[in-house]
Design a binder for this molecule. Structure first.
Ligand SMILES: Cc1ncc(COP(=O)(O)O)c(C=O)c1O
Length: 397
């Protein structure tokens, strides 16, 4: 019997907790505290910027407050402003589009790939025209976007790509690190991410001039070589603190080992899940050399679970001890504030325009990456919970 109906759950002990920290974080935090320099003028933010940039395969890293501000600064640095059209995905966290709205730009949505989570690069290629000012793909759940046609579209029309890599630290597409594939990459270090300081963000890039503009915009518009209260740019105070950088420098040391563990466990989970009929594990696309598996994304087949809501399926999995969530239940073009904004700008989405996004929003659920940080037992428990819930699908309708 399902645990939500009074049966025994598959798993009663918790999965590994997140975040993971230890002596390294404690020592680094204390040293930041004892330095007496907690903000401007400290060494750690700069050091973290350099180290993370190197990790992402880039020359420059501009740390900032969070992933949302990283996206905003990256787009603003490229001059994206009112009325500018930016190709992006409707299947993502709201911040990817809210920054466009904030800048007055118009999101031009294209569908995701069939059965997958990422923007369909073939559609990017077909949609782009010379009026498009940027392409903003998202590496959802740490799965790299199939970038070939995105990059080809970008190169052929000279349209810059800003990668939303908020969920994809350390991911690799055809041997290249995510965050270094476009003109700029934007990462988040919010609490659930695969490396975290509670909040935090960074922009990674190779172009030195653009890096200087990003730095200035993050730091109230201050530019190198100008007096403290002078400058040409209207910027923001989006600076990272030394405490955040102290933790992130330590978190970065843990990342590779954790990615390897998650990759091993995911492979085992994928092997076990092959015999499932109602659930399908979404695997990273062809060309992925590495992924941090920020999210385990699972499709609950609509036909198989006919009459059972995604919410109910998630409740059943949680009852069995698996920390599942409904994920993004609504494509962004239907999210009320964005829908109103689009309509205000004369953009209307017609029924059936985004079939793959609609399917993803209605059928895909998320499980946090910490379930992959354990051993074989944890992997088997995720599988057993999925198996049990699908076997009892009839009782949930
Ligand atoms: C895809 C995506 N983009 C942007 C963000 C925004 O990052 P933050 O929460 O650090 O502002 C997040 C995460 O929260 C995200 O998952």
């Amino acid at each position: 019997m399902l645990a939500i109906k009074g049966g025994r759950p598959v798993r009663s002990e918790p999965f590994p907790s997140w975040p993971v920290w230890g002596r390294e974080e404690e020592e680094m935090l204390l040293s930041a505290l004892r330095s007496g320099v907690w903000g401007l003028g400290g060494q750690l933010v700069e050091r973290f910027g350099e180290e993370f940039a190197g990790y992402a395969g880039c020359k420059h890293g501009v740390p900032c407050m969070n992933g949302t501000t990283a996206l905003k600064i990256a787009l603003k640095t490229l001059g994206i402003g009112p009325g500018d059209r930016v190709i992006t995905t409707p299947y993502t966290f709201v911040a990817t589009s809210s920054v466009l709205v904030e800048l007055g730009a118009i999101p031009v949505y294209v569908d995701v790939v069939e059965g997958g989570v990422n923007i369909d690069s073939r559609l990017v290629w077909e949609t782009i025209d010379s009026g498009v000012k940027a392409i903003l793909p998202v590496h959802v759940g740490g799965h790299p976007v199939e970038m070939d046609l995105v990059l080809k579209a970008s190169e052929s029309l000279g349209v810059p790509v800003v990668e939303d890599a908020a969920e994809a630290h350390g991911a690799e597409w055809k041997g290249r690190r995510v965050g270094s594939l476009g003109v700029m990459g934007c990462f988040s270090f919010q609490s659930s991410k695969v490396m975290t300081s509670g909040e935090g963000g960074i922009i990674t890039l190779n172009d030195s001039e653009l890096a200087e503009t990003c730095r200035a915009l993050v730091n109230c518009g201050r530019s190198l070589g100008r007096d403290w209260y002078e400058g040409d740019l209207l910027g923001y105070n989006y600076r990272m603190t030394e405490f955040q950088a102290a933790i992130l420098l330590s978190q970065l040391r843990r990342l590779d080992e954790q990615i390897e563990r998650r990759q091993r466990n995911f492979e085992e989970l994928a092997r076990l899940c092959r015999d499932l009929e109602g659930f399908r594990l979404i695997t990273p696309p062809h060309g992925t050399d590495r992924t941090p598996h920020y999210l385990v994304i699972i499709q609950a087949d609509g036909e198989y679970f006919r009459g059972v809501s995604k919410q109910k399926i998630v409740e059943a999995l949680r009852g069995e001890g698996v920390p599942a969530s409904v994920g993004w239940p609504m494509p962004l073009y239907r999210f009320p504030p964005i829908k109103r904004y689009l309509e205000h700008h004369g953009v209307r989405v017609s029924q059936g325009e985004f079939p793959n996004t609609e399917k993803a929003a209605s059928e895909f659920l998320f499980v946090h990456h910490r379930v992959l940080l354990g051993g074989r037992r944890e992997v088997e428990d995720v599988y057993k919970a999925l198996k049990k819930v699908e076997q009892h699908a009839g009782e949930m309708a």
